[in-house]
Design a protein around this ligand. Structure first.
Ligand SMILES: *Cc1c(COP(=O)(O)O)cnc(C)c1O
Length: 394
């Protein structure tokens, strides 16, 4: 039986999939079983931050799992403690953290911390969380409700938890705050919603207002974290001091891991939260190596160089095709081109795949680029050459 037949028979039909069978990956290049190669401008939706088949990540994982893979959180876990220390140092914040297995789970943790903070410090009064329109916070019942996209709140899954509302812009958030508001949760660059960075001054003004009013600022850095925007956290770039930050996608360079960190280290106490798998030897060994590699690339200047090069290439591509694209958006290696309409966007993604370059969609009209942070100039050049070919016939 073919891969397609088995997949369709035994895997639930939740994704519109391409039936290509990737057998090998080298940095930002993937090879199919038919011997065709693809430049990967997606890194598995911002996950494989250090590239496919990364030797150092592979060694870190192998060395760990030949010894211990998992023992549970009933015992201290050395790579978990080391990773927590590394992340705290890289963030520049005075934080402690909890490890989960995904972005949605990290956000669940953030919401639990915020709710307990609201209940215990404010006489059971504060529990509401405000988010923004076009945000994305996950697919669990709670995080999908926190997600500011009405069409994701399907009636098929009701009832959703109370206490979530969303606003069209930061400037509207002020009017929605009431005595029961415990937190505002935002992405600094809305990823799934369309690679839309929020204006820095507006974010800083909001952060100040929230601090003055004892309302927590939660930054969802599931997509922007782990150097995706050029700094370890987009919060560093925005020069704000959030109360709670979540990370996931790029942290483990391919291994599932979620992180929720907070400056309010005393809120959670034993029994409040937990995870069987979260922060085990496997995921934290991989993430510790990934953070070490990316920190080195940042410090020796090559991460910035990669980002500048990719941006230049994207800009030339954008300017050569103003008939298709209306805007260039994003930060660092989280980039997007607004496409004039959805049909054209879907067509570009299809043609790109046929021409051997993988790209993503975001929101309704954005062509999204999330390459590995290790992508070489040669791979970048080749990817854009293939994109040129892909749009030739559109
Ligand atoms: C991907 C994403 C999530 C959800 O992460 P999962 O690992 O799929 O649960 C949450 N927030 C943001 C900003 C994301 O980009």
């Amino acid at each position: 039986m073919s891969l397609e037949t088995i997949d369709k028979e035994y895997v639930l039909n939740t994704y519109a999939r391409n039936y290509v069978n990737f057998k090998k990956g080298v940095n930002a290049t993937l090879y199919s079983d038919e011997g065709k190669d693809y430049i990967d401008f997606t890194s598995g939706i911002g996950v494989v931050s250090c590239g496919h088949g990364n030797e150092r990540i592979a060694n870190a994982i192998c060395n760990q799992v030949k010894n211990i893979t998992h023992i549970s959180n009933l015992y201290a876990i050395e790579p978990q403690a080391m990773l927590a220390q590394k992340i705290a140092q890289l963030s520049g914040y005075d934080v402690a953290m909890f490890f989960a297995n995904s972005g949605a789970e990290a956000n669940e943790g953030a919401i639990k911390i915020a709710r307990k903070y609201g209940k215990t410090k404010f006489d059971n009064k504060k529990y509401k969380v405000i988010t923004l329109e076009h945000s994305f916070h996950g697919r669990t019942i709670t995080t999908v409700k926190a997600t500011g996209q009405g069409d994701m709140h399907s009636e098929n899954f009701t009832p959703y938890p109370d206490g979530f509302s969303y606003n069209t812009s930061i400037n509207d958030v002020y009017n929605s705050i009431d005595d029961e508001t415990v937190a505002v949760m935002i992405e600094l660059v809305q990823g799934e919603g369309g690679v839309q960075p929020l204006p820095k001054e507006e974010v800083q003004k909001l952060a100040k207002h929230l601090k003055e009013n004892n309302i927590l600022l939660i930054i969802d850095e599931v997509q922007t974290g782990a150097f995706r925007t050029g700094e370890f956290l987009a919060s560093n770039l925005y020069d704000i001091k959030p109360d709670i930050i979540t990370m996931a996608k790029g942290v483990g360079s391919g291994v599932p891991i979620g992180v929720v960190m907070t400056t309010h280290k005393d809120i959670l106490t034993p029994g409040d939260h937990g995870s069987t798998f979260g922060g085990n030897y496997l995921s934290t060994a991989s993430a510790l190596e990934a953070c070490t590699i990316l920190d080195e690339l940042k410090n020796n200047g090559s991460l910035d160089e990669t980002m500048i090069y990719f941006e230049e290439k994207l800009k030339s591509f954008y300017e050569a095709h103003k008939d298709l694209f209306t805007d260039m958006v994003g930060l660092g290696l989280m980039r997007g081109l607004r496409v004039k309409d959805n049909d054209t966007l879907m067509n570009i993604i299809k043609q790109s795949f046929n021409c051997g370059v993988l790209v993503l969609k975001a929101g309704k009209n954005t062509l999204r680029f999330l390459p590995p942070l290790t992508i070489t100039k040669v791979e970048t050049d080749e990817g854009f050459k293939r994109l040129e070919k892909a749009v030739e016939n559109i």
